[in-house]
Design a binder for this molecule. Sequence first.
Ligand code: 4GT
Length: 228
Amino acid sequence: MKITILTLFPEMFSALGASILGRARKENKLEVEIADIRDYTEDKHLKCDDYPFGGGAGMVMMVQPIGSAIEAVDPGHGARRIYLSPKGKTLTQERVVALSGEEHLVLLCGHYEGVDQRAIDLFIDEEISVGDYVLTGGELPAMVLTDAVARYVDGVLSPGSLVDESFSDGLLEYPHYTRPVEYRGLTVPEVLRSGNHAEIDRWRREKALEITQRNRPDLLKGPDGNNV
Ligand code: 4GT
């Protein structure tokens, strides 16, 4: 899969060269392209933002550099084009899995007060938010979306890593432990060292229910809002 990110701050994306995504890119499992919107401005001073019509604080990203950048990276509109915005639909694991089936994603990052509405109306398929809070730019949300989607691309994770995780069965994950058996008086639960896999499964399921009840009781409700 290919993910193209359009931004005025390409230097922010060094994080995508590290760790699991960095390796996936080196192994050609995942292609990440960072495009600098400023390279596409037709303004002689390379300006990409301007004052808002109607007044108000801050600057708005201009439609021309965005339109030219999107058409350059996705000429035939073969890609799914996404604008990261607090006004978008909230990203869910279900949406993440669906997006991982796309051949090419184009992610537009806003900054300042956001982008000229015509950039969204003319060039964007979908607006996505990564949660109910406001950030200075869409760059971190674009990295969040890239990371979440890349995990579902073949060969990015080691086999089996997707099996037990939070949300896959609608519950939060059970606690994990590794060596040493004792640290500052806290010991690894006996059952995890017992080798009894039926008992271990039962214990993990119970812990998953416990943590979900405590932190996310909403996840235990059925579609009607009643407990399942
Ligand atoms: C929050 C989110 C997002 C921002 C989110 C336009 C200019 C939006 C600043 C940008 N804040 N983008 N995608 N919750 N801020 O997803």
